[in-house]
Design a protein around this ligand. Structure first.
Ligand code: HEC
Length: 223
């Protein structure tokens, strides 16, 4: 979206302006099509503004993009953003021409957002049922702390250690891993936000391992 917006400016709006300037300087009649095209692209960009902001910030909010129908979420947010933006545009026009400000668009956009709040409501937490799952997990192959520590060493420690403790999280020692269990589970299993951009290429099996370890009560070394 941001690329399309930039392209609108660099390939249509600015070249159009240059052409018009050149025509004026040369004393030629100005072709209105350049202004019309620039205006059209500028309108597109206006409606993209709010959706692109949400999309750019969304990586901080796992519940926005980690659900099964994440594309529906994106489309609904874009729709709501465009509707709300349209209210701003229409308000400006209405004030210039002395007409009533049409707030309906913003109202519908807000209703779409409220609908999403309801639709994206979290399911009852699996963490709350951890005790029950621990019993079931014990029947499967138990996860040892050594397994989890191996994953941490390979996938996390390069950004979370004594020298580089990104966001104040260090995971280079067993006690640190145990102390951060809840946080590790949340970032690696629930949100899948870590490893950052999966730069260390953690596998789904390894995420599952972290999940089972946490659900079994996050045992420390020697257990
Ligand atoms: C390439 C570097 C990198 C790797 C690899 C990495 N992280 Fe991170 N981690 C970060 C950055 C950057 C942040 C801060 C993110 C932010 O503020 O949005 C962070 C934040 C965190 C946080 C704190 C989140 C919060 O908001 O409180 C935890 C917990 C975490 N990482 C755990 C892990 C775990 C577990 C792994 C391995 C599975 C891992 N990280 C791998 C870079 C990395």
């Amino acid at each position: 979206m941001a690329t399309a917006m930039s392209a609108n400016v660099f390939f249509w709006i600015i070249p159009g302006q240059r052409t018009v300037m050149a025509q004026m300087k040369a004393g030629q009649p100005v072709d209105p099509v350049h202004g019309q095209r620039a205006k059209q692209r500028s309108v597109h960009n206006t409606y993209f503004t709010l959706p692109v902001l949400v999309a750019m910030l969304s990586n901080h909010y796992g519940w926005l993009y980690s659900g099964p129908n994440n594309w529906v979420t994106l489309v609904a947010i874009m729709l709501a953003g465009a509707l709300i933006r349209h209210s701003f545009v229409a308000r400006h026009q209405a004030l210039v021409h002395g007409r009533r400000v049409p707030w309906e668009y913003a109202a519908v956009g807000t209703v779409v957002l409220l609908g999403m709040v309801v639709a994206l409501k979290p399911a009852p937490s699996p963490v709350g049922a951890a005790a029950g799952v621990a019993v079931a997990g014990a029947q499967a192959q138990p996860v040892t702390f050594a397994d989890v520590q191996a994953v941490m060493q390979q996938r996390c420690v390069m950004c979370h250690n004594a020298q580089v403790a990104t966001k104040n999280v260090a995971l280079h020692e067993p006690a640190l891993v145990v102390a951060q269990a809840q946080n590790i589970y949340q970032q690696t299993v629930v949100l899948k936000a870590m490893p950052m951009n999966n730069s260390t290429q953690i596998t789904e099996e390894e995420r599952l391992l972290v999940k089972r370890w946490f659900e079994a009560g996050a045992p420390g070394p020697g257990r």
